[in-house]
Design a protein around this ligand. Structure first.
Ligand code: NAD
Ligand code: DAU
Length: 331
């Protein structure tokens, strides 16, 4: 299989590329990545010189670039995105451009190249906040922040390409991922970094918002299963089965690092903060997937991984100083 992975130098993308190269000896992978602040060649350390991996630096929004990237490709895993909610609140522009228009370019190029499979990685955020029973794939989408609105747009655009043009698309809707190589703007790596430097931990509001944590390795197994086995035109929820209030996750990070709870500071909330994400994942369970990595062990190992890779974190944060200064001013 000749696989194109967009966003393959980001957090989930780089884990996915490693997963594919490790588990599919017949696969070769082309990564197309713009290398924004969130992406780095470094994230592919250990596989960059694998002869089955080709790395292309480029923008999915650029028509000629994405068309060239599709040449000789059988399957596409589309992960490239502006993935951070807080940044999309400061300015939605990059998210609209990459997540919606960029996804449009990917689907168009895949259609023109007659690619056999397109896995579109959406998110649980497209359903919006959950106040009742966990969402199933048939529930309406109700995104409530600019990031999730662009992802919902792309999710439905992907579906429309299946219905209208017969593009063989599968849509994955994963919950919050955690694991190695996550850019340190997201809760777990960011709080690990700050706790290690004895800096306060800026908890939005009361910290009782609920996220369902999914280890990135479990997620990669699910993506591969869907890419290879799911019927086109279907959407699948993927969750870790670990719904936790943020405070519980934060206390576990602190505990693993042996730091005091006095580092916790409740700060101004994220505007439009979704109180809870929750999905029913019985549809993908029926295809033969369930998460394997136990939450507490997974979080502790991940926190250790960040603590052991502080140079990598330092370089990642340095790519984005302005953002941290702007968003956390007063928080
Ligand atoms: P990330 O921010 O770590 O990585 C995104 C990658 O995309 C980076 O390497 C970046 O350089 C690249 N990229 C951005 N704009 C691009 C463009 N215009 N052209 C080419 N490459 C571009 O994101 P992530 O956390 O790995 O998320 C990957 C995908 O999974 C995204 O689509 C995201 O919406 C989705 N998702 C993430 C999570 C999560 O918890 N991280 C959960 C659900 C869904
Ligand atoms: O649910 C899937 C989504 O998960 C993905 O689609 C997104 O790409 C990914 O970024 C993630 O979104 P969240 O907004 O849930 O992740 P984040 O790590 O930014 O925040 C997790 C929770 O922690 C959220 O409730 C906000 C809170 N938080 C986060 C930060 C960075 C804080 O309280 N303080 C912080 O400084």
């Amino acid at each position: 299989m000749q696989l194109l992975v967009t966003g393959g130098a980001g957090f989930i993308g780089s884990n996915f590329v490693r997963h594919v190269l490790r588990t599919r000896s017949d696969a070769s992978v082309r990564v197309l990545d713009k290398l924004t602040y969130a992406g780095s060649r470094e994230n592919l350390a250990g596989v960059l010189d694998d002869p089955r991996l080709e790395f292309v630096e480029g923008d999915i929004c650029d028509r000629a670039t994405i068309e060239a990237a599709m040449e000789g490709i059988q399957a596409v895993a589309h992960l490239a995105a502006e993935s951070h909610v807080d940044r999309s609140i400061i300015s939605a522009e990059a998210a609209v451009e990459t997540n919606f228009t960029g996804s449009f370019r990917v689907f168009e190029a895949a259609r023109a190249a007659e690619v056999e499979r397109v896995l579109h990685v959406s998110t649980d955020e497209v359903y919006g906040a959950c106040f009742d029973e966990p969402f199933t794939e048939d529930d309406p989408l109700n995104p409530r922040n600019p990031y999730s609105a662009t992802k919902a747009g792309a999710d439905r655009l992907a579906h429309s390409y299946f219905v209208t043009y017969g593009l063989p698309v599968i849509i994955a809707r994963p919950s919050n991922n955690y694991g190695p190589w996550q850019y340190p703007e997201k809760l777990i790596p960011f709080f690990t970094w700050r706790a290690l430097h004895d800096e306060h931990l800026p908890v939005y509001g009361d910290g009782m918002q609920i996220r369902d944590w999914l280890h990135v390795e479990d997620h990669c197994r699910a993506l591969m299963l869907l890419l290879e086995n799911a019927p086109s035109g279907e959407a699948y929820n993927i969750h870790g089965g670990n719904e936790r209030p943020n405070m519980e996750t934060i206390r576990l990070i602190i505990d693993e690092l042996g730091k005091p709870e006095s580092l916790i500071r409740h700060v101004e909330d994220r505007p439009g903060h979704d109180i809870r994400y929750a999905m029913d994942a019985s549809k993908i369970a029926a295809v033969g997937w369930k998460p394997q990595i136990e939450w507490e062990r997974g979080i502790r190992e991940t926190v250790r991984w960040f603590a052991d890779n502080l140079d990598w974190m330092q370089r990642a944060i340095a790519r984005s100083r302005d953002y941290f200064e702007q968003w956390y001013a007063g928080r």
